[in-house]
Design a protein around this ligand. Structure first.
Ligand SMILES: Cc1ncc(COP(=O)(O)O)c(C=O)c1O
Length: 390
């Protein structure tokens, strides 16, 4: 029967961590206390002022479609936020509201990729990027990146890997799974390198706001023609509301709007109404406190794992992930993850979910658990290492 489904759907890999998650849920159902360090979403529920705005929106009957580009008031609020956070004047006309950052990725790949064409992507990276490209009959050219380049594409790598079928490069800053950030100069270099080939630069900024001890630069500070993917999922803590956004050059907006109308009509209206509360000072105060909490967690977990022998070559500056080399312990990352789940009931993600390059000896920890839970996790991991026979 599988033959009757599309080649493109067969080409998409599932998340390998799902098999571990299913087992984690089984263990939990049979009474075990599983510590989840595999989950890529904040453990906090959506901040109260946003929830209240969502409830009020439902009560007021905001249950219908909005314009495909999104609510004008929300696009203006986002433009105001860019002014406040980056000192940038962004025309709200260039902002589209999408169902999650995933919706923005769908729009960008649909707009920019013809069959057989590809984007350069960092390996390791967020796996859905290459899957979206496959769905539009394009592809990903995975560029192996290690600590020597902060796990990020560089202008040199773009130059080296660009070929006649390349139409762009997609980078994420902060990145998943490594948490590394591109600075303004690096973004400008990537912009120049893609421009030199008449290509497009797409920057996933969905972890913006979740950086520690610094703020991430937006590509729009250095390149007015770049495409930006954004989201209310991570910093704003609204994963389940399915709300994101995109910033595009003015000339692209009409085509993106047409795609949005056809692909999903509009992002959820109650979520858009709720998100208007995101930019209120009282909400931002809550979000900044949560950001500080993520920073404290990183500052605990990073040295603790290093002390146990995990190699985390680059100090991650953002997101909520640590990408660790487990070579010192020997063995395969998937089996390593299984071992810790079965013996210590700690779940984390094997490198295979993020690409191919050195994936077999890397794992990702998400610090989306409280400090006491992280402390417990470290104790269990220390014990599990003693019984691991790689
Ligand atoms: C790098 C990256 N981009 C995009 C997304 C998509 O998130 P959402 O659709 O919830 O905005 C994720 C989710 O984990 C991610 O890690």
């Amino acid at each position: 029967m599988a033959q009757s489904y599309s080649a493109r759907s067969r080409a998409i890999e599932p998340f390998h961590v799902m098999a571990l998650l299913a087992r984690a849920n089984e263990l939990q159902a049979s009474g075990h206390d599983v510590i989840h360090l595999e989950i890529g979403e904040p453990d906090f529920t959506t901040a109260a002022p946003i929830v209240e705005a969502g409830q009020a929106a439902l009560a007021a009957g905001h249950t219908r479609y909005t314009a495909a580009r999104g609510l004008p008031a929300l696009r203006e609020a986002i433009a105001g936020f860019y002014q406040q956070r980056y000192g940038l004047d962004i025309d709200p006309q260039r902002i589209l509201i999408t169902p999650g950052g995933s919706g923005a990725l769908l729009l960008a790949s649909s707009l920019l990729v013809d069959p057989g064409k590809h984007w350069l992507l960092a390996d390791p990276g967020y796996p859905c990027n290459r899957h979206f490209l496959r769905l539009v009959e394009g592809g990903a050219q995975l560029v192996p990146v290690g600590p020597e380049v902060n796990y990020q594409l560089t202008a040199d790598l773009v130059e080296r890997y660009w070929d006649q079928d390349t139409v762009g490069a997609l980078v994420a800053s902060p990145a998943n799974p490594t948490g590394t950030v591109l600075d303004r100069t690096e973004l400008a270099g990537l912009s120049a390198a893609t421009r030199a080939h008449n290509g497009h630069l797409v920057v996933d900024e969905i972890y913006h706001g979740l950086t520690y001890g610094m703020d991430a630069a937006s590509v729009l500070e250095v390149d007015d023609d770049a495409f930006v993917l954004n989201s209310f999922s991570k910093y704003f803590g609204m994963t389940g509301w399915r709300l994101g956004g995109g910033g595009a050059p003015p000339a692209a907006v009409g085509d993106l709007e047409k795609l949005a109308q056809n692909l999903y009509i509009s992002a959820p209206s109650m979520a858009q109404q709720a998100a208007l509360a995101c930019f209120e000072p009282q909400t931002l105060a809550i979000l900044e406190e949560r950001r500080a909490e993520f920073g404290r967690r990183r500052d605990f977990l990073l040295p603790a794992l290093r002390e146990l022998g995990f190699r985390i070559a680059v100090e991650p500056q953002g997101a909520f992930y640590l990408y660790a080399d487990i070579s010192a312990f020997g063995g395969d990352a998937f089996a390593f993850c299984q071992h810790f789940l079965e013996t210590e009931h700690v779940a984390f993600t094997p490198g295979l979910d993020f690409g191919r390059y050195q994936a077999g000896h890397h794992v990702r920890f998400a610090y989306t658990q409280s400090l006491p839970r992280l402390e417990q996790a470290v104790e269990r991991i220390a014990r599990g290492l003693r019984s691991w026979q790689g």
